[in-house]
Every structure is written in structure tokens, then in C-alpha cells.
Design a protein around this ligand. Sequence first.
Ligand SMILES: C[S@@+](CC[C@H](N)C(=O)[O-])C[C@H]1O[C@@H](n2cnc3c(N)ncnc32)[C@H](O)[C@@H]1O
Length: 245
Amino acid sequence: MIEPAVERAELQARRDVVSFVRRSNRMRPNQRRAWEAYRDRFVLQVPRLDSSTSVHPTASLDLVQSFGRDAELIVEIGPGAGESLIPMAQARPHANLLAFEVYQPAIARLLAQLARNCTDNVRIVEADAVAAMEYLVPARSVDELWLFFPDPWHKARHHKRRLLTPEFAALSASRLKPGGRWRIATDWADYAERMRVVLDSDPCLDNLHPNGWAPRWDGRPITHFEQRGLDAGRQIFDLAYRRVS
Ligand SMILES: C[S@@+](CC[C@H](N)C(=O)[O-])C[C@H]1O[C@@H](n2cnc3c(N)ncnc32)[C@H](O)[C@@H]1O
């Protein structure tokens, strides 16, 4: 019999509005080969609830076992094919990087690059970051959280799909260690303004920059998404927060 608490959690876990389109996960032959060859090495398996990107509320991760060591934990949400994640992981050999990504062909490309570059401090969970942060990431466990160029959902009728809501901000803040950092970037001005309002109102987060916007973080390589925004004449907004104790 299912425990009532678990049943309640399962109901909450079934999200109707998500921040991604449920696209076909069909892979090109080279992506399929990378997926088959490297999935066991880099992709962590978790129990599911009702879809391939869900996470069962009773799931957990043993990160020491998965990374083979206990180390500083950096979480990236939505790394895509890892264009910035891989160089950033290579620049931080002392850290464990855990990524949540929903799009399997992007993960397959990421796997190929990880293997090609012998980058061994990255693990990926194919999951919706909302469920992953809730069920897989313990409170006060993350040293640094990265959210770079989340899907902007720029049409007003799609704003409800935006990942960064007050609820997601509170959840993410609770997963940071006291003093832990949350770095964000977006090229959509109205999303950036909204993020700032949401994050500035969260009592667990301190904006690290008095005028609100952080200077561009030079630790973040420019990806195609950022370049596309720049080419279209959009401004890039960086935000940086610290979890208060
Ligand atoms: C616009 S792309 C940005 C990719 C990368 N961060 C960059 O800067 O190049 C957004 C990525 O977030 C992923 N994504 C969207 N919603 C997500 C969610 N709820 N959980 C995990 N990944 C998500 C998408 O599949 C996509 O790869």
C-alpha cells in the first residue's frame, strides 16, 4: 500500500506546466552511439514517477559513490550540450558537477564531448530540474548553482512556463549551503527584471551586487545561445546571489 504522505508528494510531483517542450528524443546515429557508449559512465539513473523526465519522490542520489569522491558540489540546470559546462568543469577539477537536462539528444552530445575531453567530474540526470532539485538534492548541500540562458518563453501567454518562479527560487535557495552562490544569465530583459524581483524578495538570498545586475562573469564561456542573443542586439543580464545563513 502507498503511504498517504508519498501519495500526496506524488500528486504534487505531477506538474502540468513545465519549462520545456516534450520534444521527440529521436537521436542522430552519432548521438545514439555516444549515448550507448557513455551513458553508464556519466548518466545517473533515478526512479521515475510517470514520465522519462520525472523523479519519484522517494528517489535519492549517492553522490560520493556516483563521483567516486566527496567534493565541492556545483549544480547546473539545463546545460544543453554542455558548451559552457565542459570548459567550466575542466577549469574546476576539484569540484563535482551535477547537471539536470531534459533533452536526450543534447545529453548525448554532451556525453560525446565529456568522453572526448576526458572530463570525469560531471554527472548528468535526465530530469526536470524542478523535480530533481526537490527530490535528488538535499537541503544545504550545493556550493554553487548555475542557470544560464533558461528558455525565455517570451510570449506573454507562455510566461507561466518560465522556470524561475518564486517557488523554484525558494526551493533552489534551500538547496544551497549557507554562503553558496547562485549565478544566472539571460538575454531577455523582461525575464531578467522578473528574476531580480523574485530573487530580491527571497529572504534566503542576498543579491551580491548593489545595483542588482552582476558584471558579466568571465568564468562563463559564450555559448551559441548567448551569441544568438548578442547577434540579435539583446543585452545580456547576469545575476549573482548568496544564500544567507
Ligand atoms: C536555451 S537552452 C540553454 C543551454 C545552455 N545553458 C547554454 O547557455 O547554452 C535551455 C536548456 O534548458 C533545458 N531545460 C529547460 N527546462 C528544463 C528543466 N525544467 N529541467 C532541466 N533542463 C531544462 C533545455 O532542454 C535546454 O537544453
